[in-house]
Design a protein around this ligand. Structure first.
Ligand code: TRP
Length: 344
């Protein structure tokens, strides 16, 4: 079982979720560095909404302290946090059944981190490939201690509520391994307190940015859920394609064109080959028109809901305050259990 690929393991998990959704407590989260985009939507948000509707319990952490891993200061933090809450609710997450909270509002998470740090080695932390990539991409002159240790506070984000399922993108798998290691070693050393949580990968193929590279909030290649139809059209117009007029879906040999086909396919919930065949020999301009229309049509209801949500800050703050209170109650209880286990 342990040797199965994460993809195979995820398919197996989907079967268990379908059979008994209420057996799963899900925790996942997004750094508050800007608005969520279509990559987030198809990579994880749609999954969260689906799992919540199926009957799993949902926790979402907004890890504000993680923002200062690869930059000196976090800009517009509260605005970004409230923007994320609006994105979640606009995408269909039900706030009355989910616990949405901000990391810095739950002090016990940071107290859990100290014993957790004793359970991992410096070697394990410095070998983490995602941390290495982030260090390489960072514009900071030197690497902070937080950069190496944030996967351990991520373990606290996940374990405090005894989540057993973590829907994530592939880049988060090394962190997920650290969380599992922390849970296992804690249980071995002090008696069983934590479940060993599983990573759940999305079944949707990875959506790239309009330039054919990883879609990123700060790379100018991402279509935000909150972007207007004109901005969407502008971004897609600038998208990189090739000179062949016949549109096909061949991700290996035509990554940029195929990525646009995939985007239209995801928005229309159809098959990428059918979408490509319909455009036929229309070339890049026909492709871009189909993609723009599909995205704008798909996002229309989400954008309408988001506009209304953003206009009612009091409601967004209340959702967050309730989430913070609930997360604090659970985190305090878990911290008490951890202290008791370590004391006996
Ligand atoms: N590291 C994640 C990111 O960069 C955010 C995150 C923080 C997270 N805590 C988490 C994701 C717990 C899943 C579970 O986006």
């Amino acid at each position: 079982m342990e040797t199965a690929t994460p993809e195979a393991r995820s398919r197996e998990l989907e079967e268990r979720i379908a059979a008994d959704p209420a057996a799963f407590r899900i925790l996942t989260g997004d750094r508050p560095t800007g608005p969520l985009h279509l990559g987030h939507y198809f990579g994880t948000l749609a999954n969260r909404v689906r799992l919540q509707r199926a009957g799993a319990e949902l926790f979402i952490v907004i890890p504000d302290y993680q923002v200062i891993t690869d930059r000196d200061v976090a800009d517009h933090l509260t605005a970004h946090v409230e923007g994320l809450v609006a994105d979640y609710l606009a995408a269909g997450i039900d706030p009355s059944a989910a616990t949405i909270f901000r990391h810095s509002a739950v002090p016990a998470l940071n107290q859990l981190m100290l014993p957790f740090l004793s359970l991992v080695t410096v070697g394990e932390l410095s070998r983490n490939p995602t941390v290495k990539d982030e260090i390489a991409a960072s514009r900071q002159a030197s690497v902070s201690g937080l950069m190496f240790t944030y996967p351990v506070h991520q373990a606290a984000d996940i374990l405090f509520c005894k989540a057993n399922l973590v829907p994530v993108g592939k880049d988060q798998l090394p962190h997920q391994e650290i969380t599992r290691t922390v849970a296992r070693r804690f249980n071995d050393r002090y008696g069983t307190v934590f479940p060993v949580p599983e990573a759940l990968l999305s079944a949707a193929p990875l959506l790239l940015g309009t330039d054919g590279h990883k879609m990123g909030k700060s790379r100018g290649n991402a279509i935000a859920l909150s972007a207007g139809p004109d901005e969407t059209a502008r971004l897609i117009k600038r998208a990189v394609t090739d000179t062949e007029r016949q549109i096909t879906y061949e991700p290996e040999t035509r990554p940029q064109v195929s990525n646009l086909v995939l985007l239209a396919d995801l928005c229309q919930d159809r098959d990428p080959h059918t979408v490509a065949a319909e455009i036929g020999s229309g070339g890049a301009s026909a492709l871009k028109k189909v993609v723009t229309d599909s995205v704008n049509e798909f996002l229309h209801p989400i954008r309408t809901r988001r506009t209304a949500l953003i206009a009612d800050r009091t409601h967004l703050r209340r959702v967050l305050a309730e989430g913070n209170t609930r997360a604090n109650e659970i985190a305090d209880r878990t911290l008490h259990e951890v202290r008791t286990a370590m004391d006996s």
